[in-house]
Ligand binder design. Structure first.
Ligand code: NAP
Length: 253
């Protein structure tokens, strides 16, 4: 049976789900979170029937502070010894200029990408501090390093994740806790479908004419980061498709 424990927020799709499958094969029992309960149950069934892995599911909306607290605090004591926290749940909602973008989209992105990450970390990091051990991985983005037009608030949330990660790294260093930011360029997941509210054609345009990263590429990076020797901390990683050289520069054929 697997020995370590990883908690992955947003494990019903994309990077989070792919990371769950990879970690299940690499000595991790898993706590998986998300809003879509049936998807969580399917992932648990697939993992437990294929790998030596135990899975706990927590079904909550990360935007809601009370739900996050209640769910995480309900974990059985032995599941609170979390070795790796992967703050992955996040989204881009819409694409529009600051003078006309939808303010509900802004609130959704800020509440999910920034506040949700903080709520989760605020509950779990004290457990790590108590054990003087742990590793927190925050999913930032190329949008956390550059800004692009019509993405002011998404870029703002990911810049916030980058800054929060840097401060966390310093704060948690004396407790022996590792902290890493992973910043991908374009990854083909449900991300663009969510951004364009289910418009498949618009979502497909994002990845047209080049080979985007796949969720597996990021999952493999996460596995690399968490399997470094005890004295090594990977602070910050930017990972791009070969045909994307900035937030806006693509070589499409
Ligand atoms: P995805 O396929 O859309 O998956 C997003 C995950 O986040 C889903 O499991 C979703 O679960 C969860 N989530 C979203 N809102 C939530 C909420 N309010 N409460 C709980 N869970 C929530 O997207 P992805 O590409 O894998 O994105 C994962 C992370 O990578 C995000 O932080 C994203 O910003 C970042 N990222 C993605 C890209 C890219 O190009 N794809 C690039 C750079 C960074 P439910 O809907 O079931 O709740």
């Amino acid at each position: 049976m697997n020995q370590k424990i990883a908690l992955i927020t947003g494990a019903t799709a994309g990077i989070g789900r792919e990371t769950a499958f990879l970690l299940a094969q690499n000595n991790y029992n898993l706590i998986l979170t998300g809003r879509r309960k049936e998807r969580l149950e399917l992932v648990k069934m697939q993992l437990e029937s294929n790998y030596n892995c135990k899975v706990q599911l927590l079904n909550f909306d990360i935007k809601k502070r009370k739900e996050v607290e209640t769910a995480l605090l309900s974990l059985p004591e032995e599941w609170k010894a979390i070795d790796v926290l992967i703050n992955n749940a996040g989204l881009a909602a819409g694409l529009g200029p600051v003078n006309s973008a939808d303010m509900d989209d802004w609130e959704n992105m800020i509440d999910t990408n920034v506040k949700g990450l903080l709520y989760t970390t605020r509950i779990i990091s004290p457990w790590m501090v108590e054990r003087q051990s742990g590793h927190i991985i925050n999913l930032s983005s190329i949008a956390g390093k550059e800004a692009y037009p019509n993405g002011s608030v998404y870029c703002g949330t990911k810049h916030a994740v980058a800054a929060i990660t840097k401060a966390m790294r310093i704060e948690l260093m004396p407790s022996g806790i590792k902290v890493t930011a992973i910043a991908p360029g374009a990854v083909e997941t449900e991300f663009s479908l969510v951004r364009f509210r289910g418009d498949q054609e618009k979502a497909a345009q994002v990845y047209k004419g080049f080979t985007p990263l796949q969720a597996k590429d990021i999952a493999e990076t996460i596995l690399f980061v968490i399997t470094r020797p005890a004295h090594v901390n990977i602070d910050d990683l930017l990972i791009m498709p070969i045909n994307q050289a900035s937030a806006r520069d693509f070589n499409r054929v």
